[in-house]
Write a protein that binds this ligand. Sequence first.
Ligand SMILES: *Cc1c(COP(=O)(O)O)cnc(C)c1O
Length: 184
Amino acid sequence: GEEFEEKICLYTGAKHSILVNNGTSGLRLALHIIGVEKNEEVLITPFSFVATANAISHLGAIPHFIDIEEDSLSMCPKALEKRLNKIAFKKDGKVFNRNTGRRISALMPVHVFGIPSNLSGILKISKSWGVPIVEDAAEALGSWFNFDKNKIHCGLMGDLGVISFNGNKLITTGGGGVIITNNS
Ligand SMILES: *Cc1c(COP(=O)(O)O)cnc(C)c1O
């Protein structure tokens, strides 16, 4: 286990990695770690495997769908910004949906088929609203962002990223997953 975690850190450049039993529980744990609670909303996209939404539901939280963009097939920064400007407001440093009254506590873009999401666009919005990012990098082992002339592995631009080792993924342990992060 520890040796595998070290190899994941070495390969991805992550400071930390934590092995978990699968990608779904990794996503659920990552959301829990960044403070997502019951009845809160997590913004995701409708173009993904069902586990993205399940991880949210398992916490008793609610998936809230933002449209995708053509290039990345993942969360469209423009659609995200437009939606937040329309429905969200800030109170005591937290963001709420004025239609539902629920807190919006995380963004979870998915790197579909290993194609990196538009994280530079999504990060700007995450920072301006103060809503953290969990990257669903389940399908993205070996996918890299080109960011400011640096290569950054998918999952390491947001607060936490999760890679899956299920049988249909890039490498497999039968079932398994790992949380990666640079945030100690
Ligand atoms: C596979 C996958 C997951 C879940 O991973 P499991 O290890 O199967 O639980 C989550 N999100 C996406 C996009 C996936 O492809």
